[in-house]
Design a protein around this ligand. Structure first.
Ligand code: SAM
Length: 228
């Protein structure tokens, strides 16, 4: 992956995100992360991007022609064609649940476009005809797609080679294939004893085969407790 474009009504939210270490590492290695303001290319007057919902009801809906114009301007082609070339993910509470497998897929795949909704969300035709995927970060409702987009970006970027630097690894982590999809095992550091609670002896043993077996067993236990 060499580029992530985030379409949003609040591009400045991503200024902070772009400054984080793993994002800076990935950027230094060639990743381009851009936040693009949907208002800048709206075909409507006075920066309008939303409209009242057909059928009535509270709230406003982000118009499909606004998203279309933003994609066309950015990629120089028919907006409906963009998803044929790069993953176009619309963030929505009711979408497919984001997980580690999808993060892997995105990190190993091509360039990425994220569409952040606001208000009541996008006109459904954005999901159906402009997006390749509709993704949720969990069964709860956020005020906008920006934090959801950051969650997706964070989980994906830390999987890119070199993003974490040498001292950390994303290989043996919770939900990774290396742990059979189970949560990670527990970690301990100094002090060896705190309020009578000791670090498990095996971790102090220096026996790496036993430590590995102990960690895999704890990880599997956590997976069983968590359920499918
Ligand atoms: N009316 C929508 C519903 O009931 O599902 C909620 C819209 S929410 C206030 C505004 C925007 O926040 C959505 O368009 C979406 O982009 C984003 N959003 C909210 N919750 C989300 C979640 N759990 N995962 C991903 N995006 C979310």
């Amino acid at each position: 992956m060499t580029s992530i474009d985030v379409f949003t009504l609040f591009p400045s939210w991503f200024d902070w995100f772009a400054e984080q270490r793993h994002v800076r590492n990935a950027s230094a290695l060639g990743l381009e992360l851009r936040a693009i303001d949907l208002r800048e290319t709206t075909p409507l007057r006075a920066g309008q991007v939303d409209d009242t919902p057909y059928g009535g009801g509270a709230g406003m809906v982000i118009r499909v022609d606004v998203v279309e114009a933003a994609l066309r301007e950015r990629y120089g082609e028919d907006a409906a064609q963009v998803r044929g070339r790069r993953r176009v993910i619309a963030l929505a509470a009711g979408g497919r649940q984001f997980d580690d497998a999808l993060a892997d897929e995105l990190a190993e795949g091509g360039d990425l476009t994220l569409l952040c909704g606001r208000y009541e969300g996008f006109d459904e035709r954005v999901h159906e005809h402009l997006a390749s995927d509709v993704v949720s970060i969990g069964p709860y409702v956020l005020s906008g797609g920006e934090l959801a987009a950051m969650v997706v970006c964070d989980a994906v970027i830390r999987k890119l080679p070199g993003a974490l630097g040498d001292e950390e690894s994303a290989v043996e982590e919770s939900f990774s294939p290396a742990l059979g999809g189970a949560p990670e095992y527990p970690h301990y550091t100094r002090p060896v004893e705190w309020r009578g609670h000791r670090v498990p002896d095996v971790l102090l043993s220096g026996n790496h085969a036993e430590i590995g077996a102990w960690r895999r067993a704890r990880s599997a236990e956590r997976g069983e407790r968590r359920g499918p």
